[in-house]
Write a protein that binds this ligand. Structure first.
Ligand code: SF4
Length: 178
């Protein structure tokens, strides 16, 4: 039988395999991340190349892009974010259900990039928390895939209680998010 994904650690014997619920859920979530592409400029084009057949996001169970925040797990921010756009990005983040993750793709989303100017947000982490940053202008599809695989690692290892922990709530409070 072909192994589709790696099984979590556990105990196996004749006709049975046992693991914890947390690990089973982690495995399922890791391999079915639905990204919401928030693309404003050229990094978005590079993401399209990443998703298409040559690099194939489907290999990671993430080919189903979600343009509805309520049916998305991973907010992927790609491109220059103007300050006028910042409240929109934040609203999209707030509309996503927990658990959710954020990937910042490219120099513009991560730091404003070359646009060190009054109208451009100098990094999305000024308004929302970010889990993984992918450097580059634009990053190559291999880098984007590496970023998604790092998100997968976080998703797999996430403990059930993390989103209700005092540390997590305090971090959200720091962003003024309830
Ligand atoms: S990081 Fe470079 S490629 Fe990406 S949106 Fe900014 S200018 Fe465009």
């Amino acid at each position: 039988m072909t192994e589709i994904v790696e099984a979590p650690s556990g105990y196996s014997g004749h006709g049975f395999f046992a693991t914890s619920l947390e690990k089973a859920v982690g495995m399922a979530r890791k391999n079915s991340i639905w990204p919401l592409p928030f693309a404003t400029s050229c990094c978005g084009i590079e993401f399209m190349a990443t998703a298409a057949s040559h690099y194939d996001l489907g290999r990671f169970g993430s080919e189903r892009l979600s343009f509805s925040p309520r049916q998305a797990d991973l907010l992927m921010v790609m491109g220059t974010i103007a300050k006028k756009m910042a409240p929109v990005l934040r609203e999209v983040y707030e509309q996503m259900a927990e658990p959710k993750w954020v990937l910042s793709m490219g120099a513009c989303a991560s730091s404003g990039g070359i646009f060190d100017t009054y109208s451009v947000l100098q990094g999305i982490d000024k308004i929302i928390p970010v889990d993984v940053y992918v450097p580059g202008c634009p990053p190559r599809p291999e880098q984007v895939l590496d970023g998604i695989m790092r998100i997968q690692e976080l998703v797999q290892k996430e403990e059930f209680g993390r989103r209700k922990s005092p540390e997590y709530l305090k971090m959200l409070e720091g962003y003024g998010i309830k």
